[in-house]
Write a protein that binds this ligand. Structure first.
Ligand code: DQA
Length: 150
């Protein structure tokens, strides 16, 4: 049957490859998504992708997929630094959530140093660029393999 993992991107991440390329890289989301899709079959995983620039839609999506997937890799974009509503949502989910940020937040502006999501996510992956998504998915797989071995 395999694992069902969702990748969810928040605000402005539909513009990867054309927004602030020195910070977020040259690769478009389409190219990143292709790489993730290539990884999935070898790990017995099925991936679905969602993106929204709206806080409410991100909450609606998380609530809806909670009962349908085995894990979520979530880059909230700037909402990580502002949204208590998204934090409350992530805290209420059944599935493990991996928070991902492409850029190394600790080297950036002060207002990016705090994430409302970080302590309600299982783990946070920061500063690996687009590879952070792959690392997040790999961690979810590891999370299930590890609990099976116990
Ligand atoms: C980001 C970091 C956020 O601070 C920023 O607002 C983004 C992208 C990242 O992936 O590095 O939109 O989440």
């Amino acid at each position: 049957m395999g694992f069902q993992f969702a990748v969810l991107n928040g605000s402005n991440l539909n513009w990867l490859g054309k927004r602030e390329r020195a910070i977020y890289g040259l690769e478009s989301w389409g190219a990143i998504w292709n790489r993730l899709q290539k990884w999935a079959p070898s790990q017995d995983a099925n991936l679905t992708y969602f993106q929204s620039n709206s806080e409410g839609t991100l909450i609606d999506t998380l609530q809806e997929i909670d009962s349908k997937v085995d894990g979520v890799v979530f880059n909230p974009g700037a909402y990580a630094h502002t949204s208590i509503a998204l934090r409350d949502c992530v805290a209420s989910l059944r599935v493990p959530v991996v928070e991902v940020h492409l850029s190394k937040l600790s080297k950036r502006e002060k207002f990016r140093q705090f994430s409302f999501i970080a302590d309600v996510a299982q783990i946070t992956i920061v500063g690996f660029g687009a590879d952070g998504y792959l690392l997040g998915l790999t961690w979810l797989k590891y999370f299930y393999d590890r609990s099976e071995q116990r």
